[in-house]
Design a protein around this ligand. Structure first.
Ligand SMILES: *[C@@H]1O[C@H](CO)[C@@H](O)[C@H](O)[C@H]1NC(C)=O
Ligand SMILES: *[C@@H]1O[C@H](CO)[C@@H](O)[C@H](O)[C@H]1NC(C)=O
Ligand SMILES: *[C@@H]1O[C@H](CO)[C@@H](O)[C@H](O)[C@H]1NC(C)=O
Length: 342
């Protein structure tokens, strides 16, 4: 696994945009002239670089490679630099921090609108997948010990359906089992199944069926039904291959839950309470599933999708961190095919 750790620094004054590469492969870091000149500004960056170096040295066996970079640019063009870098390095996933920070009680502050702008632009324009990380102190969860006395992280992946959820599951799966099963990470996938009392309005005029604002306007009911069927088929295939391939891993399990509406979905998640340190969800679209109907009223960041927004804006899972994944390109569906042909 290659990690490109990118420190984003706002471009100020008349300086021109630049990219600084920190050499993490050798113990003696070659500091470029640019960082040396701004020594007092570069120290937070240095600490982060040092943390990544430590990670790299500690995980020699699992062959993790880290390259630390600093990008200096204006907030309005930061996403372009990140996208170019991601394309250049053929990155599969860009992980960015949420623009709001949490306090000790898990309450979020008002956030930073410049950071939010960068995130929105990235979600809109990156050609690879993008995940937003709502950090509520995941690093502290290393204090929790599992049976072997190892630090552990208890992850829950909430699977409702659709491309973003499949991408989120792919990432969760990879986290818990690659390159080999990791006893320090437990993964519970909660598969939400649409109950028979769920109201499904397939009319193309229903804004809830507006999966893609630009293309769906001319769709008729048949096309909507067909598309929903196709998505459901891909979901089922992927879940099936996940269950089959992880059947011998005790730290991974799948739970099926039948729910009929957004309210029941939330009730179920609240009941999970503080059982997990990290929730992984797909971003999804508002109204793409009856199981998230009405959830958008909860939050104020629609870019996180109905479920992600609800979890990040409420205290339903106040002490858990959240990773919201949005699929870019068609990577996961290639992965589905790959798993199925194996
Ligand atoms: C956002 O963060 C940057 C960098 O810390 C800061 O310069 C800016 O004033 C912040 N903006 C808001 C609205 O808080
Ligand atoms: C995203 O990319 C398109 C096409 O390159 C461009 O027209 C648009 O302005 C970009 N959006 C942002 C927010 O950069
Ligand atoms: C699990 O965590 C412990 C310490 O917290 C660490 O020593 C060990 O290498 C970890 N195991 C794996 C497979 O990462």
């Amino acid at each position: 696994m290659f990690v490109f750790a990118v420190h984003l620094v706002e471009l100020s004054g008349r300086a021109s945009a630049m990219l600084i590469v920190h050499d993490t492969c050798s113990n003696i870091r070659k500091t470029s002239k640019i960082t040396a000149k701004n020594q007092k500004h570069s120290s937070p960056s240095d600490q982060i670089v040092a943390a990544f170096e430590k990670l790299e040295t500690e995980s020699e066996e699992s062959s993790l490679f880290v390259e630390a970079l600093t990008v200096v640019s204006s907030y309005t063009s930061m996403h372009e630099d990140i996208c170019n870098l991601a394309d250049d390095k053929s990155a599969d996933l860009i992980i960015i921090p949420f623009h709001k920070q949490s306090n000790i009680d898990g309450e979020m502050d008002n956030g930073n609108s410049s950071f939010r702008g960068v995130n929105k632009n990235l979600l809109e324009n990156a050609s690879c997948s993008v995940a937003i990380f709502v950090d509520r102190g995941l690093t502290d969860s290393s204090n929790i010990k599992n049976d072997d006395g190892h630090g552990c992280c208890r992850c829950a992946m909430l699977f409702i359906g659709g491309p973003d959820d499949r991408e989120a599951l792919a990432y969760a799966w990879r986290m818990a089992s690659n390159p080999s099963p990791n006893p320090n990470i437990s993964l519970t996938v909660v598969h939400f199944i649409v109950g028979k009392d769920a109201s499904v309005d397939l009319s193309p005029n229903n804004p809830n069926n507006d999966h893609d604002h630009h293309e769906d306007e001319d769709k008729n009911i048949l096309e909507v039904v067909e598309e929903n069927e196709k998505e459901k088929h891909l979901d089922d295939q992927y879940i099936e291959s996940f269950v089959f391939n992880t059947r011998n891993q005790p730290s991974i399990r799948l739970i099926n839950e039948v729910v009929n509406n957004g309210e029941e979905t939330l009730k179920l998640i609240s009941a999970m309470g503080n059982d997990y340190d990290l929730y992984i969800v797909g971003r999804g679209q508002i109204g793409s599933s009856p199981l998230t109907f009405g959830l958008s009223e909860w939050g104020d960041c629609p870019e996180l999708g109905p479920l992600g927004d609800t979890l990040a804006s409420s205290n339903i899972v106040a002490r858990a961190s959240i990773l919201i994944v949005h699929q870019g390109g068609a990577l996961v569906d290639e992965l589905v095919d790959q798993h199925l042909s194996e």
